[in-house]
Design a protein around this ligand. Structure first.
Ligand code: G3P
Ligand code: MG
Length: 386
């Protein structure tokens, strides 16, 4: 294992090569690994990208470690692994290989500032189940607040049976500590209204409003808000890119900034997770190291995962190179380049060749037609026959 230097997180350090050559009796370990984006790389909406299955098979055959890192979410890591397996037809994906946009929120479950959280987004009440499964003890969703008083969201599209199945009674006298946006809103008008109410509330108490004049820093909301991803657009099976959670973030900021009469150079304070941010790449790096260690110890079936603290940088890594394979220059490629990984851009998703000159970050390895071509090229570059 090598120490990760600050300047060059993923080593250009020759001591690793020496280590390998002096330990010839050890089983060959890969000194490179892959991190795959999901939408636009392995699948598009509910449709497979046909080259995904052979690409993953090739990696398994050659014992090259990899994980998946998506800005999507709203379901458990196990459900996402199952969905990708089902759509691609590649059965061997473990939940421990999946980092969704909200996965790092697992690291907040014991933080006293996140006792009662408002979880926003996703189908039905899946995000509530995910948050509870992570270990959050008291999870409210906007639908619970609307159930309590329908006038709170006058344009809500929730049907009576929806309230019946997916909402619960809540004690509105206990304040909400923080807002966690797990996924894109489904009932946008409810989510928009309830989130704004709480950002401008009296310390997170539902149905109250903070005193505008006595609130000193108006960029600071009454309770913190964490967005789990910033994708303005993403690729599903529709021919054009679709708006993602980043669009909800913009909407939230615009409404908050207007309500609080912020100046043009001011903005709502928030934390944004997901690609391209360092926090997400460091978290995924920890998960990749953990997964690799399991593979080497033949413990990939065990379900307890070693989780880092939020924002913790891996101190050591067995990898000389990590290849991020993505379709979105703004998230996948920018994040990889900014944080010392190699980057590979594919033509199977958001990216279009005519945009190459104007994309925010250029891939370090190159642009490829699909994930299989990219994987083959990297394996060959690393001396593996394909
Ligand atoms: O909502 C999904 C999206 O924002 C992007 O997913 O897998 O391309 O990071 P992915
Ligand atoms: Mg993508």
């Amino acid at each position: 294992m090598l120490a990760v230097s600050r300047r060059s997180p993923l080593l250009r350090n020759s001591s690793y090569a020496l280590y390998r050559s002096f330990h010839i009796n050890l089983p060959l370990k890969s000194d490179f690994a892959f991190v795959f984006d999901i939408d636009g790389v392995l699948i598009r909406g509910k449709k497979p990208i046909p080259q995904a299955k052979p690409a993953l098979e090739l990696l398994n055959k050659n014992k090259i470690p990899y994980i998946l890192m998506t800005n999507g979410g709203g379901v458990s890591e196990a459900a996402k692994a199952q969905e990708v397996s089902h759509i691609t037809g590649f059965p061997n994906i473990s939940p421990l290989q999946v980092v969704q946009s909200h996965t790092p929120m697992k690291s907040l479950i014991n933080d006293p500032n996140y006792k009662r959280v408002l979880v926003v987004g996703g189908d039905k009440d899946n995000a509530r189940k995910v948050a509870e499964d992570y270990g959050f003890k008291d999870v409210t969703m906007p639908i619970d607040i609307v159930r309590n008083n329908k006038s709170a969201a006058p344009h809500s599209m929730y049907k009576p049976e929806y309230f019946e199945k997916y909402s619960k009674d809540i004690d509105t006298s206990i304040p909400i500590d923080a807002i966690l946006v797990f996924n894109d809103p489904r009932d946008l008008s409810s989510d928009m209204q309830i989130v704004q109410d709480l950002l401008n509330s009296n310390n997170g108490l539902i149905g109250t409003k903070r005193d505008f004049k006595s609130w000193k820093d108006h960029t600071s909301p009454s309770i913190p808000i964490i967005f789990s991803n910033n994708d303005y657009i993403y690729a599903n099976d529709y021919p054009l890119p679709r708006f993602g959670q980043g669009a909800f973030r913009m909407l939230t900021e615009t409404l908050y900034n207007t309500t609080n009469k912020l100046k043009p150079d001011q903005n709502l304070d928030s934390l944004i997770l997901g690609k391209p941010f360092k926090l997400q790449y460091d978290f995924a790096h920890h998960i990749l190291i953990d997964w690799n260690a399991r593979l080497e110890a033949n413990k990939s079936h065990e379900s307890i995962q070693n989780l880092p603290k939020l924002g913790e940088i891996p101190e050591t890594t067995p990898f000389k190179k990590i290849y991020m394979v993505g379709d979105n220059p703004e998230s996948d490629i920018k994040g990889a380049n900014d944080h010392g990984w190699e980057s590979i851009l594919l033509r199977t998703g958001v990216y279009q060749d005519e945009d190459y000159d104007s994309i925010i970050a250029k891939p370090t390895v190159g642009v490829f037609d699909n994930v299989e071509d990219a994987v083959k090229t990297v394996l060959i570059d690393n001396g593996i026959k394909v």
